[in-house]
Ligand binder design. Structure first.
Ligand code: GBH
Length: 448
């Protein structure tokens, strides 16, 4: 059982659920542009409807209420709130005000993500995260929306998964805008992104009384294959926080979380990149390193490591037929919710909230008219049991399932389903899956 002030929640993101992409003066985001090229999306689909949440938000809130969660994590679409002339868009803002009022009326705490990847296209046209002005634009947007939500929202997450914003979009190039960055550009973009975070924190603290603020990176924890080997655990910890040029440094933890929570980039960063460092000032580092209430983290899977015969750390491969979801990176590794939070807390000493955890499957409507998803039910229980185990050892404050709805799964389009609620994309209609009922039960018992 979790403590009684532990927060159970469910999460979504604007572009993945809202639809109505042309409504009320919303301007284009980089994901609108990216989906226009059908080759970028697994099934050639787009996000023009999804669960139709821009129009059906009152129904959404009823579902959330029925689920029994304490909090709803959703994101705000920058392109709805700010127009192409960088002026507030009243109609777009009103949607989020209405949504928050509806949640509060039903006693559900709104947790707002300020940036979940839908960068206005007109800002990408000005250079996106390579433009040194980007953090000023972000600061302005955050000022507008926090003032508009004054009295309604106290809990903010500045940025969702900086790793995807830089690595997946500009190194792997499979997310919007999909343009390749050089190492030098990556470092500059990372720094600008961290400045966006820092400036946002300042604005939130100034505008919002009793605020709580955090950021939500993602990571794939390094799991010791032998649980009783303390030296192996220590080596896994070190690998998890590694930052070196020949690694996937922009997809890992420390290049973002060290400056934010420890006040500086890792030592190896300055060594490995000494010829291509961006301009980093003392003031920048102070701005980036402001106290945060929570370290949110999105966890889905993990990777096992062991010692080889020479005593070096090596990845332990997944055996053929290893349990997995219906998306290639989602092996079922429940210990991710034990070692991930443990390692993060050990290094950053900040209370942990799991801001996303969930399962992808090929769900469909059965003959009985229901949607049965035993894989997701089992996944949630296994992961929550591990999280409960670590909650006895470190400070954990909450857990959010990804996702309330089946939704637009970025480059996988509508083909990959993560919801507790099934969506018929022809109509936007919804059917509660078995996992919805199971999670509801878990929340009632405050544990698995
Ligand atoms: C999260 O990303 C997102 O926050 C959320 O919006 C999303 O719907 C959800 O999880 C489910 O995916 O193509 O080889 O570069 C999860 C982390 C990061 C995992 C990007 C897949 C791409 C691997 N994802 N990663 S690759």
């Amino acid at each position: 059982m979790f403590d009684k002030d532990f927060i159970f929640g469910v999460a979504t993101a604007s572009f993945q659920i809202e639809g109505s992409l042309d409504a009320d003066g919303r301007c284009k985001s980089i994901w609108d542009t990216f989906t226009e090229n059908k080759k970028n999306i697994l099934d050639g689909s787009d996000a023009s409807k999804c669960s139709d949440s821009y129009l059906r938000y009152k129904e959404d809130v009823k579902l959330i209420k029925e689920l029994g969660v304490d909090a709803y994590r959703f994101s705000i679409a920058w392109p709805r709130v700010i127009d192409e002339n960088n002026k507030p868009n009243k109609k777009g803002i009103r949607y989020y005000v209405n949504l928050c009022k509806e949640l509060i009326k039903k006693n559900i705490k709104p947790i707002v993500t300020l940036y979940h990847w839908d960068l206005p296209q007109w800002l990408e046209d000005k250079g996106g995260f390579l433009n040194d002005e980007i953090s000023n634009y972000f600061e302005y947007y955050v000022d507008v929306i926090t003032k508009a939500l004054d009295g309604l929202v106290t809990d903010y997450i500045t940025i969702n998964e900086p790793q995807c914003i830089i690595y997946t979009s500009h190194v792997a190039c499979v997310f919007a805008p999909g343009t390749k960055y050089s190492d030098k550009e990556i470092l500059k973009a990372v720094h600008n992104l961290l400045l966006c975070h820092g400036k946002a924190v300042k604005v939130i603290r100034r505008n919002v009384k009793n605020s709580t603020v955090g950021i939500a990176p993602c990571s794939r924890p390094i799991i010791p294959f032998d649980k009783n080997n303390k030296l192996l655990e220590q080596k896994c910890y070190e690998k998890y926080f590694e930052c070196k040029k020949e690694g996937e440094y922009a997809n890992l933890v420390s290049i973002y979380s060290d400056p934010i929570f420890l006040g500086d980039y890792p030592k190896s960063y300055y060594e490995d990149f000494k010829d291509i460092l961006p301009n980093i000032t003392k003031e920048d580092l102070e701005l980036i390193h402001q106290p945060l209430d929570y370290l949110y983290q999105n966890f889905y899977s993990g990777t096992y490591y062991n010692f080889d015969e020479a005593g070096n750390l090596k990845q332990e491969p997944f055996y053929p037929g290893f349990p997995e979801g219906n998306i290639d990176w989602l092996q079922v590794v429940p210990e991710a919710l034990y070692y991930g939070p443990k390692f993060l807390y050990q290094r950053y000493k900040t209370p942990i909230i799991i801001s996303e955890n969930g399962f992808c499957d090929n769900d469909f409507v059965s003959l009985d008219g229901k949607v049965h998803d035993p894989g997701r039910v089992d996944y949630l229980k296994r992961y929550l049991m591990e999280f409960e185990r670590v909650s006895k050892e470190i400070e954990v404050k909450g857990y959010f399932v990804w996702s309330l709805f089946d939704n637009f799964e970025w480059n996988s389009g509508l083909r990959k389903r993560f919801g507790l609620v099934y969506v018929d994309y022809r109509t936007g209609d919804r059917i509660k899956k078995d996992s919805f009922k199971e999670y509801k039960n878990i929340i009632k018992k405050r544990g698995v």
